[in-house]
Design a protein around this ligand. Structure first.
Ligand SMILES: *[C@@H]1O[C@H](CO)[C@@H](O)[C@H](O)[C@H]1NC(C)=O
Ligand SMILES: *[C@@H]1O[C@H](CO)[C@@H](O)[C@H](O)[C@H]1NC(C)=O
Ligand SMILES: *[C@@H]1O[C@H](CO)[C@@H](O)[C@H](O)[C@H]1NC(C)=O
Ligand SMILES: *[C@@H]1O[C@H](CO)[C@@H](O)[C@H](O)[C@H]1NC(C)=O
Ligand SMILES: *[C@@H]1O[C@H](CO)[C@@H](O)[C@H](O)[C@H]1NC(C)=O
Ligand SMILES: *[C@@H]1O[C@H](CO)[C@@H](O)[C@H](O)[C@H]1NC(C)=O
Ligand SMILES: *[C@@H]1O[C@H](CO)[C@@H](O)[C@H](O)[C@H]1NC(C)=O
Ligand SMILES: *[C@@H]1O[C@H](CO)[C@@H](O)[C@H](O)[C@H]1NC(C)=O
Ligand SMILES: *[C@@H]1O[C@H](CO)[C@@H](O)[C@H](O)[C@H]1NC(C)=O
Ligand SMILES: *[C@@H]1O[C@H](CO)[C@@H](O)[C@H](O)[C@H]1NC(C)=O
Ligand SMILES: *[C@@H]1O[C@H](CO)[C@@H](O)[C@H](O)[C@H]1NC(C)=O
Length: 632
């Protein structure tokens, strides 16, 4: 409260003391002279306070002059040369950025005057001066810079200076305090002519000048985004796309050989432009046409371009994208395949399930691929068994057929035939101890141990979702016989069961697989089985329940536990593991009512079922079940 009123008084007096030539009759009673009202932070400040001899308030009195900095009293020891009406003070190190230095008499109740002292630092050199030419209207040369790192505590004014030597024209642009950018209008810079630009920073304590930039404004031009007119093919230019492009209308006067052009391409089926481009090429175009080669055949690509002044200057934004398809050729490379053969006892034929996938070397070379399975016939004819866009098919062949052929076909031709030998099922056993455990959030680690390796050629690891038995969900990987583990990746979902099998393949056929089920993650089941009473004798009852449907299991069942208790009695538990879906509740008292519920657990969580009531009747061990509705 005190400080507040005191400050108010000062404000009034400071105003009148500063009012140059203070018009009017009242002359202030006191005046302060200081060395400077703005000083470097931490430097000394000297001030002298003079009280007018004829000041009516103090006339004829002995006065004692006091000094305050802000609201703090300054110790008398710092005030020197005190005469009756004059006091001089030295503040040895002025370490506030802003403070009122006040002199007064009589405990500051009567004559008060003050000056504001500010302290700070001289400006630092402006940093990182950059300029960019903008062509779109209105054209300008936009410069910006950073002030120094140090806080100067004082307002700093910037001015931008340009010198265009060839035409001997200089400009200076003065900016308001703390503005760090300026747009030079088009009529004050010249293209294809060097310009020197620098920035001066100035405050009450000094001036600093940035390092100058010297450049041709055209080199600093960020062009408008160019556009792709067409992305197409030329006859016989396999694996190439021809790209016609142009600059924006306003910039079409630029000669192409002053520019750099960058092209980037993606295959259209890759997740659109999320990954890195498959090709980036930089050219110095002589015409508004460029060719991108070494691309896949029959493949749709998306292209974008950008330009900049030859080899320097900022790049334009990327153009919008355009798509084009390279010329098609027949598919090349092998298909990896995987055949499951079983004897059909009704038809005496072999039932065949054939799965395939492109090998690393396979190229579709076209956009619409069909797969055909052919069976050799008499007289070297081939009979078409399947023709499909899927990567599997099923068919029957007679037991005499030894091989079939698989081929990929596009609109231009077909791939070399992959020969697949048909082996009748064999009773070779080779795999032991298959395990599959989650490897990370999206893959499983499958491991196995080989028992018989004589004649073993390789393994096939096959996996599928158990909740969707459609054959199109089956995936496989062929594994070298040296290996005994594989990380399988795919779109695995948590809480869903997968079946993973390892098949040994021999020179003369395939052995039976070992199969394990696996969950990427487990949680509590979605339902609890209903408890049913099987039989009762004496004071025991046997309860049982059905298996939880696979869709609702959410993991491997670890245990079932039945909790039961007599009213106010202690709780008893009977436990059953996943295979035995029954327990016996023993030594029940009669006549009495028991409550019971089941807890079912997977390795990822548990769920409790609703409570049931069991009434034990002494006449003939009779029971009543009432389902409690409270917890469904
Ligand atoms: C004391 O201050 C007066 C007025 O500012 C000045 O004239 C005089 O020289 C000073 N004396 C000393 C010893 O500093
Ligand atoms: C300013 O200086 C005074 C006296 O030297 C000292 O007591 C005070 O802590 C300093 N304040 C700051 C913010 O440095
Ligand atoms: C000066 O004023 C302060 C409060 O502003 C007071 O506490 C102090 O006693 C006064 N001293 C004299 C000598 O009047
Ligand atoms: C100037 O630019 C450099 C590099 O970009 C950066 O590390 C530095 O912090 C910038 N200086 C200022 C004062 O912003
Ligand atoms: C422009 O500035 C340069 C360098 O300071 C000076 O030599 C030249 O005379 C100036 N030209 C004009 C027209 O002021
Ligand atoms: C066996 O062949 C018959 C006749 O082609 C077919 O209907 C049946 O589904 C086949 N059985 C199996 C198990 O594939
Ligand atoms: C793909 O090819 C098949 C067989 O040649 C044809 O029936 C189908 O219409 C084609 N699909 C597309 C999208 O071109
Ligand atoms: C498999 O093992 C054989 C002999 O031990 C070795 O020569 C071959 O390079 C191995 N192959 C792979 C793919 O590891
Ligand atoms: C799955 O991904 C891992 C790591 O990226 C890789 O090492 C492994 O070969 C992949 N497995 C298959 C079957 O593609
Ligand atoms: C159980 O306890 C409650 C409250 O303590 C009591 O009212 C009730 O009679 C008891 N029931 C039996 C069967 O003991
Ligand atoms: C199920 O009930 C048991 C016994 O009362 C308790 O320990 C457990 O926390 C409950 N579980 C859930 C998931 O509510």
């Amino acid at each position: 409260m005190m400080t507040y009123t005191w400050m108010l008084v000062i404000a009034v007096l400071v105003d009148s003391a500063n009012g140059a030539g203070s018009q009017g009759d009242i002359q202030p009673c006191a005046r302060i002279h200081t060395s400077s009202s703005v000083v470097p932070l931490g430097s000394p400040v000297t001030a002298t306070c003079v009280i007018r001899e004829d000041c009516p308030l103090v006339i004829g009195q002995a006065v004692h002059i006091e000094w305050r900095l802000g609201s703090e009293l300054i110790l008398n020891s710092l005030a020197a040369n005190e005469s009756n009406r004059v006091s001089r003070i030295v503040v040895p190190s002025f370490n506030r950025t802003e403070a009122l230095l006040v002199c007064c008499i009589q405990n500051c109740s009567q004559v008060v005057t003050g000056v504001e002292i500010r302290a700070g630092c001289p400006p630092e050199e402006p940093q990182n001066l950059t300029c960019q030419t903008k062509f779109s209207s209105p054209s300008s040369l936009n410069c910006e810079w950073e002030p120094g790192q140090r806080d100067t505590h004082l307002p700093t004014k910037y001015s931008l200076h340009t010198e265009i030597r060839d035409i001997n024209e200089n400009y200076t642009y003065k900016l308001p305090p703390d503005v760090h950018h300026y747009s030079i209008p088009r009529n004050e810079f010249v293209l294809f002519n060097d310009i020197k630009i620098y920035v001066k920073a100035e405050n009450d304590l000094g001036v600093a000048t940035s390092a100058p930039l010297v450049f041709d404004p055209v080199q600093a031009a960020k062009f408008d985004q160019p556009s792709i007119e067409t992305l197409g093919v030329e006859p016989k230019r396999l694996g190439c796309l021809k790209l016609k492009w142009r600059m924006s209308q306003q910039q079409s006067w630029f000669s192409h050989n002053q520019l750099s052009l960058e092209v980037r391409l993606w295959t259209a089926d890759s997740d659109q432009m999320s990954g890195p481009p498959i090709l980036v090429s930089q050219v110095r175009p002589s015409k508004a046409v460029t060719e991108c080669c070494r691309l896949l055949h029959g493949t749709r690509y998306l292209a974008q371009i950008r330009v900049r002044y030859y080899m320097q200057g900022p790049w334009s934004e990327w153009s919008s994208s355009k798509s084009g398809v390279t010329l098609e050729t027949a598919p090349t490379g092998r298909l990896d395949s995987w055949m499951k053969v079983s004897k059909n006892h009704t038809s005496k034929n072999l039932d065949i399930q054939l799965f395939w996938k492109p090998s690393k070397q396979f190229r579709a070379n076209g956009q619409n691929l069909t797969y055909v399975v052919l069976k050799p016939n008499r007289r070297d004819k081939r009979e078409r068994m399947c023709s499909t866009n899927e990567k599997w098919c099923t068919f029957q062949v007679s037991r005499r057929v030894r091989k079939v052929y698989l081929s990929a076909v596009n609109s231009v031709g077909e791939s070399p035939l992959t020969e697949i030998r048909i082996y009748q099922p064999k009773a070779h056993t080779a795999i032991m101890d298959v395990t599959a455990v989650p490897h990370d959030d999206r893959s499983f680690l499958v491991q196995w141990r080989a028992e018989v390796t004589l004649g073993l050629t390789d393994y096939v690891v096959e996996w599928k979702p158990l909740l969707n038995l459609d054959l199109s969900h089956i995936r496989f990987e062929i594994v070298n016989k040296n290996q005994s583990s594989l990380i399988i990746n795919g779109s695995f979902e948590p809480y869903k069961p997968y079946g993973i099998s390892v098949y040994p393949r021999f020179k003369d056929g395939m052995g039976p697989p070992q199969t394990v089920n696996a969950y990427l993650r487990q949680k509590a089941p979605s339902v609890v089985p209903k408890i049913q009473i099987k039989k009762t004798w004496w004071s025991d009852i046997e309860v049982s329940w059905d298996e939880i449907p696979l869709q609702q299991r959410n993991g491997f069942i670890k245990s079932y536990q039945v909790f039961y208790w007599e009213e106010n009695g202690s709780v008893q538990v009977e436990r059953a593991n996943a295979e035995d879906r029954k327990v016996i509740l023993k030594h029940l008292n009669t006549p009495s009512t028991y409550e019971a519920f089941m807890m079912v657990s997977t390795f990822g969580g548990s769920l409790n079922g609703s409570t049931i009531y069991v009434k034990m009747n002494s006449f003939g061990w009779y029971h009543i079940l009432i389902y409690h509705l409270e917890s469904q």
